[in-house]
Write a protein that binds this ligand. Structure first.
Ligand code: Q46
Ligand code: ZN
Length: 302
């Protein structure tokens, strides 16, 4: 690991990785042993590695898998569910599965086709739906915190994009922990935010975790992937660039650089008049508005 000027064998890498995870959890006050943790799992290496290491550290975890129905041509969703279920069965973990088509009335590709009319990717409706379901399950199940497997490469790509645009509202919200809001948005944490992607992949591999190698087919061409390629180039020339970019950002944030942005973002949440979830919109939340449109267009087309 050139970025840390460290070389480890299998046995010591696993110890190092586990200890580092615990260190990040403590450093950013993510959660404790008394907390009930909901792990968002996709069947990929990061989320399954996260579930694995948290369980090994003795935390109380359940998994949440969201079935997006992205199967045409690739079978991506069906396959990722298989990997997730196989993992949960092997380790005897509780897995909650929410299928978007059953819950909301259409798969993500169907919803995207109806709302975007063939233009653009399904990622906006997908992201919106995933966030909604994660928050809902966290609340209904009385979980104290929702954790995701975002790694350093993911976080730095987002940071890079937000910095290029000086999107200060988004920068203010980015970090290892997003606190619960008074209006009822669940507390979120990213215990892997300081691990390079290669490190989480190495952990998954060395622990013998079977995971889906393919990414969602809609990820290709995403801006974040383009940023990752550029950042990899920087990292190859100057090992440690990504980590130092991220840590310098966190220090700037801690010193109050974005402080004036925070209250505006989190205040003024209303209750959605349809589902009751918190929203910044005055009446219906974005999820209810979008899916209402999907269902009515579907009915009109039938
Ligand atoms: S948003 Fe887009 Fe992802 Fe949804 S459609 Fe696939 S690439 S899964 S993180
Ligand atoms: Zn709603």
């Amino acid at each position: 690991m050139r970025q840390h000027k460290l070389a480890l064998c299998k046995e010591h890498f696993l110890v190092w990785f586990t200890e580092q995870t615990q260190r990040f959890i403590n450093k950013y006050h993510m959660f404790g042993y008394e907390d009930r943790i909901l792990v968002a799992v996709s069947g990929g290496k990061d989320s399954l590695a996260l579930w694995n290491v948290l369980h090994r550290l003795g935390y109380q975890t359940d998994g949440l898998y969201i079935g997006l129905g992205i199967n045409q041509g690739t079978g991506y969703s069906a396959e990722s569910l298989q990997f997730t279920e196989k993992y949960a069965t092997k380790y005897n973990h509780k897995l909650i599965v929410v299928d978007v088509a059953e819950f909301a009335g259409a798969t993500i590709p169907e919803a995207a086709a109806l709302t975007l009319r063939g233009k653009g990717k399904p990622c906006s409706v997908c992201g919106l739906t995933k966030r909604y379901i994660m928050n809902m399950v966290a609340h209904q199940g009385d979980y104290n915190v929702l954790v995701t497997g975002h790694n350093l490469d993911d976080e730095v790509a987002v940071l890079f994009g937000n910095t290029l645009n000086w999107a200060v509202g988004y920068l203010a919200r980015q970090g290892p922990v997003l606190e619960e809001t008074a209006g009822g948005l669940a507390r979120k944490a990213k215990p892997f935010c300081r691990f390079y992607e290669r490190e989480t992949a190495a952990y998954a591999l060395l622990q013998g975790i079977d995971y889906i190698y393919e990414e969602c087919p809609h990820a290709t061409g995403a801006k974040s992937i383009y940023y990752k390629v550029q950042l990899n180039q920087l990292e190859a020339d100057r090992p440690g660039t990504k980590l130092s970019f991220y840590l310098s950002f966190l220090r700037a944030k801690e010193s109050g650089f974005f402080a004036h942005q925070n209250p505006a973002v989190q205040a003024n949440l209303n209750r959605c008049q349809t589902c009751g979830q918190p929203t910044s919109a005055p009446e219906q939340c974005a999820f209810c508005r979008t899916w209402h449109r999907v269902r009515s267009r579907r009915a009109a087309a039938a």
